[in-house]
Design a protein around this ligand. Structure first.
Ligand SMILES: [Zn+2]
Length: 322
């Protein structure tokens, strides 16, 4: 039921070339935004997108859905989906501005900005951007999104250095895919709360996929119903080196603890960074977003996948050593 597409391209051994959004396009977005500051209008949002349509698309072998724009759609309570089709960004409205979870890739930033505006939130009212983990598919757009909104970036403490340098943590079998560095305004540890207005999110440290991989948990009221909403960080192996990872020696133990933690976390609604893992769009359409057993089910599957991958990597290391 759940497809594992986390860094899937790289898992298949593709060579991926990154490209940067051209500076002229970023400047056009900023200028469209400045005009928009004097009054929000859908045309301003359209201008944000138009500025990027002209950007030359370099050869890219990531799943096409990762950069395919999609219209925003409300989920539960104050939460709206504003990401691309294949990479999630979640907007949470509060009485004191809005919180964004993840910025996805740099080339998605104009479409996400347009989605935020279309959801009735001015870009300058986005006060916080919460980070799931320091991999390019979730954070390469952070720096640009921070420039557009002026928001403070909040991330797991053990990923903060990676975000500040633009170099992902740990060792992988696909090499290093950098992303634009970004200032981290607040580095959080397990159990810390992030508040804006009356909304409060709890950081649940779920290291493994990256050392600072952070699951965010919050309570919402949806049509009078109290619900636990969880934004789980990835627990897929996705090319991570599990055996002999010198930059992340505790990786295996961290994965196991985190998967167990996710399995036990109260979650009525699951909103992951790779939306297809919980079929977010499909569930929303079908009216089945509230699914109390889903996170546990995802964790059980992740544990099976992890065990299989660890066995494979252990065998490969033993063969190499012979
Ligand atoms: Zn990742």
């Amino acid at each position: 039921m759940m497809k594992t597409r986390d860094h899937a391209g790289r898992d298949r051994g593709f060579i991926i070339r990154r490209h940067k959004a051209p500076r002229a396009a970023i400047a056009a977005v900023a200028s469209a935004l400045d005009r928009g500051r004097r009054g929000s209008h859908p045309l301003r949002a359209a201008a944000l997108t138009a500025a990027f349509v002209a950007s030359p698309a370099a050869a890219q072998l990531d799943p096409p859905a990762w950069t395919r724009p999609t219209a925003p759609f409300p989920l539960v309570g104050p939460i709206t989906y504003v990401g691309s089709e294949g990479l999630a960004a979640y907007l949470i409205r509060t009485d004191r501005g809005a919180i964004l979870i993840d910025a996805t890739m740099e080339e998605n930033v104009p479409a996400i900005a347009r989605n935020i505006v279309a959801s009735g939130v001015r870009l300058r009212d986005v006060k916080l951007i919460l980070v799931s983990h320091a991999h390019f598919d979730h954070v390469a757009g952070l720096a640009a999104m921070k420039r557009l909104t002026g928001a403070t970036v909040v991330a797991g403490a053990r990923d903060a250095q990676a975000l500040r340098t633009g170099i992902p943590p740990g060792e992988t079998n696909y090499g290093v895919i950098r992303f634009p560095p970004v200032a981290v305004g607040r580095a959080v540890r397990d159990g810390e709360r992030v508040r804006l207005g009356r909304v409060s999110l709890r950081a649940v440290a779920t290291p493994g996929h990256t050392p600072g991989c952070t699951t965010w948990a919050m309570k919402v009221t949806d049509r009078g119903r109290p619900l636990d909403v969880v934004f789980p960080c990835s627990v897929t192996v996705a090319g991570n080196r599990l055996v002999g990872n010198r930059r992340y020696p505790g990786i295996v133990a961290d994965y196991r603890t985190s998967i167990a933690r996710l399995a036990a976390l109260p979650a009525d609604v699951v909103l992951p960074g790779h939306p297809e893992m919980a079929d977010v769009a499909g569930r929303r359409k079908a009216g089945t977003l509230v699914a109390p057993g889903l996170l546990r089910e995802m964790a059980v599957k992740a544990r099976d996948d992890f065990d299989r991958e660890l066995a494979k990597q252990t065998r490969a290391a033993a063969e190499k050593a012979r």
